[in-house]
Design a protein around this ligand. Sequence first.
Ligand SMILES: NC(=O)c1ccc[n+]([C@@H]2O[C@H](COP(=O)([O-])OP(=O)(O)OC[C@H]3O[C@@H](n4cnc5c(N)ncnc54)[C@H](OP(=O)(O)O)[C@@H]3O)[C@@H](O)[C@H]2O)c1
Length: 344
Amino acid sequence: MISVGIIGGSGYTGKNLVKYCSQHPFIKEFQVYGLNSANKSILELFPEFKGIIQNRIIRDINLISEYHDVYFLALPHGEALKYVPHLYNIDKKIIDLGGDYRLDSASDYENWYGKKHTSSDLLSEKLYGLADLSSLDYSNIKLIANPGCYPTAALLSLTPLVKYFSKNIFSISTSAYSGTSGAGKTAREDLLMSEMDGNAAAYNLNTHRHQPEIEQMLNKNGFNGNYSFAAHLLPIAVGIYSTSFIYLADKLKADDIADAFQAEYKNSVFLRMREKPPQLKWVVNSNFCDIHFSVKDNNIIVTSAIDNLIKGASGQAVQNLNRLFGWEDYLGILNDGAKDVSIY
Ligand SMILES: NC(=O)c1ccc[n+]([C@@H]2O[C@H](COP(=O)([O-])OP(=O)(O)OC[C@H]3O[C@@H](n4cnc5c(N)ncnc54)[C@H](OP(=O)(O)O)[C@@H]3O)[C@@H](O)[C@H]2O)c1
């Protein structure tokens, strides 16, 4: 049984961490830390949890106890740099939902995030926790960088393809779509309902911070060709939809592609291959990632859908916690277990 600290548990992604920690069979207790919400109660903030979780007071983020075994950090980028080095040095396990430890290079972090990295020595110590991948080694890991929401959707659909066929791939491009909760709970004029309703637009073209994160993982899995990424905002609150176009040198058989997904995800409870393109409503409020591919001539189109706040953040973070301790993937998330473990 472990004790957990949730630093930033009063935000959008923190909310589901609170829920999953409260229903996890091996978490004996957890404490939430916040900034402006300090000294409020959880039920004041999240009244929908009445009758579901035990109420407790949110503690001041400046008074974090060293008592916990594991710390989730769900803070705006740059903020985790204040807490992670100390927690690391006192031998705690850390799962950071933000972007501060995802990139391997401090200069890439500086270029894309516009900030100096103050604990760059830890960038090589972390595990990039794309939790469903078959090859991740959690032994001796103290720091997990939980992937971003767009990278989770894009990489889960692309990794088997680059891992098995990268020599045959010329280039890849991804067009991805997010709901407004991807930006967190801080008020922004451009995200007002009166601005967003009936609207959609691309944003941060060639400057989105998730682009180098995706490219880093594509490179590590053998693909070094051209990659481009375009993020779009949809007039919905929750969900990420990713469509990637893969241009091949030689034709591939659909069966061989299906085998690559099967080989990568055969042990993954939260991956579902679909016979037609997934819909957001199949995955919102869940930790599932639904994927479909279509191949014709020298092109593959692969689509995927996730809940950005769960699979793209807190659900995957709890999966990472489970993997860190060698527990079943679904604990805290689906306590009754998965009813069907085949991905097809
Ligand atoms: N939203 C998503 O879809 C998503 C998906 C994947 C990853 N992420 C990443 O996860 C992290 C948290 O995202 P979120 O959407 O949960 O953010 P959020 O809703 O804005 O919540 C931020 C949390 O951080 C706390 N906080 C502490 N210091 C803060 C400061 N200086 N300024 C503002 N807040 C501060 C807030 O506390 P108080 O509320 O008490 O002030 C709150 O608990 C971010 O790094 C984000 O990039 C988000």
